[in-house]
Design a protein around this ligand. Structure first.
Ligand SMILES: *Cc1c(COP(=O)(O)O)cnc(C)c1O
Length: 391
């Protein structure tokens, strides 16, 4: 199959760099290549680009420029928020208890696990309902006197569910607990506003919204103390040492600006196709169900479980037919267990191993979607025949 005939339906895993973004980045590789920490004109040019990018990212998130820390990816942003806040809060107030949802990305959950195993912190999972949603009243009920930090994913990468972030943040603020949200998926598709939501930390990564891989940002509310997780020079107010990757930072700022200004338009078009996919799959494929919330979900995101199907085999068969999809998180391929997220929402192995995630991009066409829907039922049925678990 020719590369250009293949249909990519895995935009939650990563996106291509937008041509407009690439165009903004190019001069900073070869012409304006200075180190923003240098005194001379080369350095000043780079510093001006860095300042402009910070201003732009702040504006896109409704934050102040001094509240933005540039990092190397969404994962690093989550690490800095969770580890940095945990270490600082223990020193400030003695707080040592962390609450996270059971549907967090590993960038959050494994960071918390390390803090528990190595640094003496304790944690609990917040409850989620069958759609993978966290409810504010349950956050309120779970907060204890030792709790210092709550982390809840803004919108889930595997099952698309959007959490009531504004209400959860309100509870945390009222109870004097810091609130972090992983918005790596959400920033691509939902209007971001840290002031409206009352968030303390918000993590983003550029490659999920048509920016380059290897660059991210963390919003840290002014006045919130964080321990640096990467030490060295004075870059990023001493919170994240290392020479700035100016072309990537410039690219991320432009990509985020485009994602946010084109958000309503992209979202309207995509959510219509998403609903068409959800409806067609459920009505045409026996023993199928939607995973995640039926309506409160990312506009480009549809996800399913098929009973008695080997999800990895299904993905390979779809790939042979020219369609690139995922079973959930890009990191979990090859694991013979249902994902933590699907287990947390109560799927048994017979359903959870047969998951499929179909995520659309801003340029995905109705024709591509229809081509996919045309082949899917037959491929699921063949995968069932092969799995030997079809009852
Ligand atoms: C992709 C993703 C991450 C990790 O971001 P990277 O930039 O790839 O490190 C974290 N959280 C969520 C929800 C993601 O989708």
């Amino acid at each position: 199959m020719e590369q250009n005939q293949r249909v990519y339906l895995d935009y939650a895993a990563t996106t291509p760099v937008d041509e407009r973004v690439l165009h903004c980045m190019l001069p900073y590789f070869t012409q304006s290549f200075g180190n923003p920490s240098s005194i001379h004109t080369f350095g000043q040019q780079a510093e001006a680009a860095l300042d402009a990018a910070r201003q732009s990212v702040a504006q896109s998130l409704h934050a102040r420029p001094e509240e933005i820390v540039f990092t190397s990816c969404g994962t690093e942003s989550d690490n800095l928020a969770i580890r940095g806040a945990a270490l600082a809060m223990r020193q400030n107030s003695g707080a040592s208890h962390i609450l996270i949802s059971p549907v967090e990305h590993h960038a959050v959950s494994n960071t918390v696990r390390q803090l528990v195993e190595w640094d003496g912190f304790t944690f609990d999972y917040l409850p989620v309902d069958a759609t993978g949603m966290v409810h504010a009243d349950e956050v309120e009920a779970a907060i204890r006197s030792e709790t210092g930090l709550v982390s809840v994913i803004y919108a889930n990468n595997e099952i698309g569910t959007i959490n009531p972030i504004l209400e959860i943040a309100e509870v945390c603020r009222r109870r004097g607990v810091l609130f972090h949200t992983d918005a790596v998926q959400a920033a691509a598709h939902l209007p971001m506003d840290v002031e409206r939501d009352g968030i303390d930390f918000l993590a983003i990564g550029a490659h999920k919204f048509y920016g380059p891989k290897g660059v991210g940002a963390l919003y840290i509310r002014r006045g919130v103390r964080v321990s640096p997780t990467q030490t060295g020079g004075k870059q990023e107010s001493g919170l994240r040492a290392g020479t700035h990757n100016i072309p990537y930072i410039v690219g991320m700022a432009e990509a985020l600006h485009l994602a946010q200004t084109e958000q309503a338009e992209r979202s309207a078009r995509l959510s219509e196709m998403r609903d068409w996919i959800l409806q067609r799959v459920i009505s045409e494929i026996p023993r199928s169900r939607i995973t995640g919330h039926p309506t409160q979900r990312l506009p480009n995101h549809s996800s399913f479980a098929f009973e008695g199907v080997d999800g990895n085999r299904l993905l390979m068969m779809l790939d042979l037919a020219g369609f690139a999809c995922s079973s959930g998180s890009a990191c979990k391929v090859g694991t013979p267990e249902a994902s933590e997220v699907l287990t947390a929402i109560g799927l048994s192995a017979n359903w959870g191993l047969g998951s499929l995630r179909v995520t659309l991009g801003k340029d995905t066409s109705r024709q591509q979607v229809d081509g996919f829907l045309q082949v899917l039922p037959e491929i699921v049925s063949r995968a069932r025949g092969l799995s030997g678990r079809n009852g």
